[in-house]
Design a protein around this ligand. Structure first.
Ligand SMILES: *Cc1c(COP(=O)(O)O)cnc(C)c1O
Length: 396
């Protein structure tokens, strides 16, 4: 496979582990153990058993007849919204909690922005009986109260972070500081294909169950293993990485990643990293990020909290450079319109993040016989407030 990491954790010039020296022991420990752990029979057995019996996998691949008719092509939806906790994030946290246990850790730290990863982390910590500490910017704690409550119900300790802008970046710094102070008993659970090596590769592999299932399900339903196109939204890139993984070497499959354009890529209020970013280092990894001329990271914006991230996983910086993935973007309004279309044509309320992937259907051309798989990364319960407001403003 030409898109995998080299020995030092680089995808071409992107990736690696750019970390403070004090973090070396923790990262080295994980680097030296993760491949052996996730490749072992004992891990695979427990991981797949929990995916099936706890998370509800395989998630359905659903032929959306009315949406297909609307766009004049054949559309299949990969229903990650039907997983336990409502999104793809549980695939990753189930895998990482099993790794933490095999490394003898008794305590997990995580950072969270919107709270979706925090909830998925708190869930698997309860499942495994490990202590869970979630760092969350104070501003996010206030904005995302229901998710804070869910984490606390599940037994996690949520620590509001008051430094910096009091959002995700600051929460990440605090989680890493905690990890440095508690290297012996603590596992750092990251939420996407970002961060220092080995996290991008680790999380990609744990999420690759999505593309593994698509191959089997598509074969059963259409007699073909490969679709013509796969469309997924990207924030950090974990649902897209998992959905593309087993198709990366199948050149005839178009891979389309959709970023959040917010109010528009030219407005200064967006999160479309590939569209407007440049190379630099964020969260211990060399990748593309949104920064000003002085190299200061600029605040991202999107109506969808899960895509509101100023970087992108290093795999995607590389796939972009190699031209293997087509990058599209969708504005808040385009995503909201696509969400309502799905609600009214298929009876499915998607997460706002996933609605960005759906919006790309209206921006690209497909033929009548094309098979297009769209990843519904999560469900829209958490976004009801934004949907209600949009419906009222637009008489929907
Ligand atoms: C967190 C989240 C995303 C964005 O994360 P990726 O790592 O880019 O997949 C997308 N959709 C949903 C539903 C999420 O919760």
């Amino acid at each position: 496979m030409m898109y995998k990491i080299d020995k030092k954790g680089f995808y071409g010039e992107f990736g690696g582990a750019f970390i403070p020296e004090m973090l070396y022991p923790n990262i080295r420990e994980l680097q030296s153990e993760y491949l052996q752990i996730i490749g072992s029979d004992d891990f695979r057995e427990e991981y797949y058993s929990l995916l099936r019996n706890y998370a509800g996998r395989p998630s359905p691949l659903y032929y959306a007849a009315r949406l297909s008719e609307h766009y004049k092509t054949r559309i299949f939806l990969k229903r990650e919204d039907l997983n336990h906790t409502g999104a793809h994030k549980i695939n990753n946290t189930i895998g990482q909690i099993l790794i933490a246990r095999r490394m003898g850790k008794t305590r997990v730290v995580a950072e969270t922005g919107a709270g979706q990863h925090g909830v998925a982390a708190a869930t698997v910590c309860a499942l495994a009986g490990l202590k869970c500490v979630v760092y969350m910017g104070k501003l996010d704690v206030e904005r995302q109260a229901p998710n804070v409550q869910r984490m606390r119900m599940l037994g996690a300790e949520v620590i509001p972070v008051m430094s910096g802008n009091m959002t995700l970046k600051d929460a990440t710094n605090e989680a890493i500081r905690d990890w440095i102070s508690n290297p012996a008993d603590t596992y750092y659970m990251i939420g996407s294909v970002v961060g220092p090596h080995p996290y991008p590769d680790l999380v990609t592999k744990l999420q690759s169950v999505i593309s593994e299932e698509i191959k089997i399900q598509l074969q059963e339903q259409t007699g073909r293993k490969n679709p013509d196109s796969i469309i997924a939204c990207v924030g950090g890139g974990s649902n897209a990485a998992g959905s593309f993984y087993h198709f990366l070497d199948e050149k005839e499959v178009k891979l389309i990643a959709v970023e959040a354009a917010g109010k528009g890529t030219e407005t200064g209020e967006s999160a479309a990293t590939i569209a407007i970013g440049s190379p630099g280092i964020i969260h211990g990894s060399r990748t593309i990020l949104m920064q000003n001329d002085d190299g200061q990271i600029t605040e991202p914006y999107s109506v969808s909290a899960g895509l509101d991230y100023p970087g992108i996983g290093p795999l995607f910086a590389w796939l972009n450079e190699k031209g293997r993935v087509i990058f599209e973007n969708a504005t808040d309004k385009e995503a909201l319109d696509a969400a309502f279309l799905l609600m009214r044509l298929e009876g499915i309320i998607p997460a706002l993040e996933s609605a960005h992937a759906l919006a790309a259907l209206g921006k690209m051309t497909f033929t009548e016989n094309d098979i297009v798989v769209v990843i519904i990364s999560g469900r829209g319960d958490k976004d009801m407030e934004a949907f209600v407001r949009y419906a009222e403003q637009n008489n929907l």
